[in-house]
Ligand binder design. Sequence first.
Ligand code: ADP
Ligand code: MG
Length: 481
Amino acid sequence: MSTIAHERFEAVIGLEVHAQLLTNSKAFAPVAPIYGEAPNTMVTPLCLGHPGTLPVVNENLVRYIIKMGLATNCSVAEKSIFARKNYFYPDLPKGYQISQFDTPICFDGYLDIELEEYNKRIGLTRIHMEEDAGKSIHDQDPYNTLVDLNRAGTPLIEIVSEPDLRTPQEAYAYLTKIKQIVQYLEICDGNMEEGSLRCDANVSVRPRGREKFGTRTELKNMNSFRNVEKAIEFEIYRQIELIESGGEVVQQTRLWDTSKNQTRIMRSKEEAHDYRYFPEPDLPPIIVTTELLDEIKEELPELADVRQKRFAEEYGMSEVDAVTITEDRYLADFFEEVAEAANNPKAASNLVLSDVLRVLNEQSINIKEFNVSPARLAELIKLKEEDKINSSAMQTIFDAMLDNEKSAEELAKEMNLIQVSDTGFLEELVDEIIANNPDEVERFKAGKKQLMGFFVGQAMKASKGKANPKMVTQMVAKKLN
Ligand code: ADP
Ligand code: MG
């Protein structure tokens, strides 16, 4: 496939993202949506589809989706209804999922994505509520498919984008943004690998300059951000190649095969379900009053974009640093705690951006799993600020803190890293260095001021790194000027 051919075409991408909500109970039943429990224990008769059971809407499901809608500039419907999406499957005992059809509660929103070279606004068609199905397990019994209904009735929101995305990178940035927003709102943990965020990608291509969209395929089964990017990339090439060789794209649902790095057909349009949506008769409409809307607006946290600007202004952070530190809400919280406890935002951001992030990367963990508290880091910063330790000792102590509970000061003492700021001792040291290096002293006096580094270096060496370099500098300057 030549890049020339690739350049003649443009991709059109729209994403459907499902986010599993962190509510304390399921969407319509009073049982916790907890994972990892023994199969079929987190269920009520409603989850099992028993006749005579009636759903009741979880109030937080409604509040959470409105939060998401407001955070993504959506309009919120004053009145919306639930609808039944009917299909037969063993993990769906009721025979339908409760969802929303033509009256989504949130609609017509947008969010802004940032790429290296440009920013772009992506439209959101709608966000609606629905419940999850159970899980069919095909790989534990050689003869049977097992069904676990713990997940049945788990609250989800589905966020549908306009077909505004044009490249796999834009799709990746869009997903990153969605994840960031749900995490900031604390409505979903945003973990794609564990399935709490899921994404279907609709992809088509068209000759550049043509307005009409091409026929799309829908990609499923990507369980990481990278896989979404890779699957879309593959699919764009597959479609272009098909068209270039005289073929035609057929509307299909395709599965991403992680081991082969390619998409393969799952079903064609003819085999697509007709869900026979109809209004859910067992649930009243959702009415969103102005009072409720105002109340939820009040509860909205500071979102990443706003926080980023505030960090730049309040703490004098560069734009790049502010973006990095606010990318993860909990990292930003962590930074602010360190900054406040140490009363030194500059030192706090340095420590978080270089050392803390390095450790998170090395250990592949997130900030919530990081085991040094902001208070302990603040002590380390103070120790340095008070000139009790120098920068290299700070590094050593930071590394040591990762493996134990001791305070920075205890570790500094234990490892013999407390700086010597004793004037008498330092005077003696400096006198000795001056006496032993007459040539350098001559040249320094003659104007070669860069030699200061040499004198301080000598003092550090003689004191095994413990001399207070600031004091040494002052003493040398005083004695030689
Ligand atoms: P469905 O409900 O059948 O999946 P929708 O009309 O709701 O269909 O569209 C689903 C997603 O597909 C949306 O994100 C939309 O932006 C996207 N989409 C629609 N048409 C195209 C197209 N021609 N190429 C790429 N994406 C598309
Ligand atoms: Mg779809």
